[in-house]
Design a protein around this ligand. Structure first.
Ligand SMILES: *Cc1c(COP(=O)(O)O)cnc(C)c1O
Length: 379
């Protein structure tokens, strides 16, 4: 079965007896042991049919043996970081999701050493990984990064990290499994906030870890059962329903992003458009090698007033999140990355005038018209 067919079929076998082509949403929190042969289900915090169906599909998308899903992307990230004991080192991308910055700070508080560098810069990457010793437990990679869209070479990072015996976790939320499959490039764990493109309809929170290793699987399942951060049947059903159209949605979002980026480049009020699909993007070649398309997210510097721009758009909604059917626009310094200390934002180049857009699946002409009109009004 090829990728697009797996999206629709894996974990969705017709139900014997009734013939439902969509498996039912299971709401029960406990299971009658005597009605099962052999007994598989015990209590909902540990095992749940809709959750297992979603995991089977997510694993299949990366040819992985296992996936575990969580109540949120943050719960998935917390789980992955729980593997690192105090005294060991996590080397992370410098430009990461706002919530990841906070989770890394929490790990540092419990005694984990955290170092953040620009893993998209080959010289800085090689130097940082060359300086690490056996204390390196994990490399935390986000690529493309959020919101600056820097692209790191997953294969090169994985190769260097594995020389130290470290685990490589890639936050693949921005690209999604249609555009990038980190395990194929040597990563050990792929992380998703399924809240974004995987579910895609801006109506359900969730997270996932995807990996091959049996020992990791045992640990992740044990941790989830005691931490109690497994999603319920209805949320898994919604996420799985969205997942079926991921390829179609992603293709349209990439097309729409290209159209909007082309329009942005022609606007005098816009400076420094970041999109890995542009030949001028510093890691354009890496993106072309490891992604099937350059993504559905772009960022730019606006010479006008960002608050005015967010107020003037009509189809783009001024809101955080990304990857949904509806177009979103945000100013990271005012919204998603507000918790990041101002001096860190300055160092990263995350200015107060940076705007991030996440085009949805609407008609591209409407999106271009909406954004260009608002840009001119606010300039
Ligand atoms: C949203 C997001 C997260 C966190 O996911 P939640 O589902 O909101 O908990 C992590 N990483 C990236 C890149 C994200 O965009």
């Amino acid at each position: 079965m090829r990728f697009d067919t797996r999206l629709v079929h894996v974990g969705q076998q017709p139900v014997p007896g009734t013939g439902d082509v969509v498996p039912p949403i299971h709401l029960s929190t406990t299971y009658d042991r005597t009605a099962q042969d052999p007994p598989r289900y015990f209590y909902v915090r540990g095992e749940q049919p809709n959750r297992e169906a979603l995991e089977e599909c997510l694993a299949a998308l990366e040819d992985a043996r296992h996936a575990t899903v969580y109540t949120s992307g943050q719960a998935a990230a917390t789980t992955a970081l729980s593997l690192v004991p105090p005294g060991r080192l996590v080397l992370a991308s410098d430009d990461v999701y706002g919530g990841t910055h906070q989770l890394l700070a929490a790990a540092a508080e419990r005694g984990v050493t955290v170092r953040q560098v620009d893993l998209a810069d080959p010289a800085e990457r090689d130097r940082a990984l060359g300086e690490c010793g056996p204390e390196l437990a994990m490399v935390w990679l986000e690529t493309p990064t959020n919101p600056l869209l820097k692209v790191a070479d997953i294969a090169a990072v994985s190769d260097l990290a594995h020389r130290h015996g470290a685990l490589v976790v890639v936050d693949n939320t921005l690209a999604g499994p249609v555009l990038q499959r980190p395990l194929a490039h040597g990563a050990d764990v792929t992380l998703y906030s399924t809240t974004k493109s995987v579910a895609g309809h801006l109506d359900v929170l969730g997270g996932a870890l995807v990996y091959q290793d049996e020992e990791l699987h045992r640990r992740f399942l044990a941790y989830r059962t005691v931490a109690g951060n497994a999603p319920g049947g209805f949320d898994c059903y919604l996420t799985h329903r969205g997942l079926k159209t991921l390829s179609l949605r992603t293709a349209r979002q990439v097309e729409n992003t290209r159209a909007v980026v082309a329009a942005l480049l022609a606007e005098p009020s816009v400076a420094r458009v970041s999109y890995p699909g542009l030949p001028a993007h510093p890691q354009h070649a890496v993106a072309a090698r490891q992604m099937t398309a350059p993504g559905a997210l772009a960022a730019f510097e606006y010479r006008g007033d960002p608050a005015k721009l967010l107020d003037r758009v009509r189809l783009f909604t001024a809101a955080v999140s990304l990857g949904g059917v509806r177009s979103l626009i945000e100013c990271p310094a005012l919204m998603t990355h507000r918790p990041v200390p101002p001096e860190v934002r300055r160092r990263l180049g995350l200015t107060d005038r940076l705007i991030r857009i996440s085009p949805g699946i609407e008609d591209p002409a409407d999106l271009v018209e909406d954004l260009v009109t608002a840009l001119r009004d606010g300039a």
